[in-house]
Design a binder for this molecule. Sequence first.
Ligand code: GCB
Length: 576
Amino acid sequence: VYNREHTLLNGQWEALVDLYSRGTKMGVYQNKTAQSDTEFYEYKFVDGFGLTVPRDWNSQREELRYYESSVWYKKDFSYTLQSGKRLFLYFGAVNYRAEVYLNGVKIGSHEGGFTPFQFEITDKIKSGNNFLIVHVNNQRSAASIPALEYDWWNYGGITRDVLLIETPDYYIDNYKIQLAKGSLTDISVKINLSEKKAGIPVMVEIPELKIKKTVSTNSEGQVSFSVKTGRVPSLQCWYPETPKLYDVKIATPYETLSDNIGFRSVSVEKAQILLNGKPVFLRGVNCHEEIPTRQGRSYSEADALQLLNEVKALNCNYVRFTHYPVDEKLIRLAEKMGLMIWEEIPLWQDIDFANKKTFALAQKMLAEIMHRDQNRCGIVLWSVANETPISVERNEFLSSLIQQVRATDNTRLVTMATDKFWYDEASGQVVTNDSLCQQLDVVSINRYFGWYTPWKTQSTNMKWKIFTDKPLIYDEFGGESLYGVHGDENRASSWSEDYQARIYADHIAMFANIPNLCGTSPWVLFDFKSPYRMNLRFQQEWNRKGLLSENGERKKAWFVMKDYYDKKKNEKLITK
Ligand code: GCB
């Protein structure tokens, strides 16, 4: 959407805090003012008393820090839509529920705090002044995704950009331009126009590759073809070290769009992950979409840069964005900076897996994010869940999502994070009972030895033979420390940098025992806000597992991990 003709509706919006969510009953969306002597309204938006969009409300006003309920947002804007044009209202994300009203009339609603949504408003926009009202509610519920409890802050509000997008009457509805599966030279192009009309010429051009091809739509309004890239100039695949993006143009007689698209292939061969056909080790880190110093959601380009600079400083070639889809700005910047990306929907731990509505919601979230990021070559892994408890319902639910990923996108890998494995003292082996992993391309495991799970033996004695026919990512490990605290490296309750660093050293020593290890991502880049963390001496509502403190100071464990990645980077990977 950012490459289309658009107007940002960001900035100051008026806002009403509605603790009991009475506003719908009261008709707040109509924004009425008294017209007669007997009339009155018990709500009124006032200019100057508002909230900034995009941004969570918690970090904007002290009294909203713990707020979990409704806020009504209002924006006045003036617009004149030329005849023959169509207009869409697009939200990057609203956490968690949104009901949208234009000029007093409901135009739609959306559930899910981290994915984009849009409504066509061509017939609803007035020439001149308009008012937009959004009812946002971030109350947690058992049937939601995520559900009632999760280890991060429930930042509410219109947290990402709001755009008005103007298109011609007959517009490019979708384009997917990526390397064809299994090829390092052929680019597959799939384009849909907004209506089912045959014979409309669609041109695709990649000037740097001297590619220019025009194909007419079929009766479905689609074009689908693949182009061979020539030898001169030859296609330069996207690599973390050389994250090449090409300028791509798509044109119909009615509009021209352009995007920066990179081309790479990611696949699995036996127990290895291959990037452009070559084995790759994912040197990653887990990253929440939070700016710790502000205690708020990241929302701007500058925020994205701040987070990703720290990912790069650790010598990473990969980032796991946890536990929800992040802003498109972060994804685009990560790709530009040469980071492979794990993207995940927030099916975190206890989800109502037996609930059909929850399942439909998960399907929709997955579809929304896979659609938004279909052209982002940086994304190599789609994750369907994190640490969910095993049950028949969970297995059916997640298995369907795994199939959905495969049916939508066969050019990336599917995974999920599981913590259902443990060390068996009798056999000296690490074992698992999570059979769902058989369905994945990549098995990803989370286990906090030395923190939640005390070591039962020296880390180097532990034998690993888990799904040895598949690549394995050690996806979460670590422990807590408060920056600046030094103490006993053998005592968890010292909360010391020394104890945390020891956990890292022990894990790194153990990694040599995992034959199918293809990547690691410590938990977590920065200390982050979490209601789970009530130790007032060391935590004060901060999860202290950061390699960096909330102020960006490097803890001892950061240096241990950096040293590991420096060595890993120079290691030659041989095709097994
Ligand atoms: C986990 C979760 C992550 C938590 C982390 C912790 O296993 O996946 O969301 O924040 O542990 O710190 O407990």
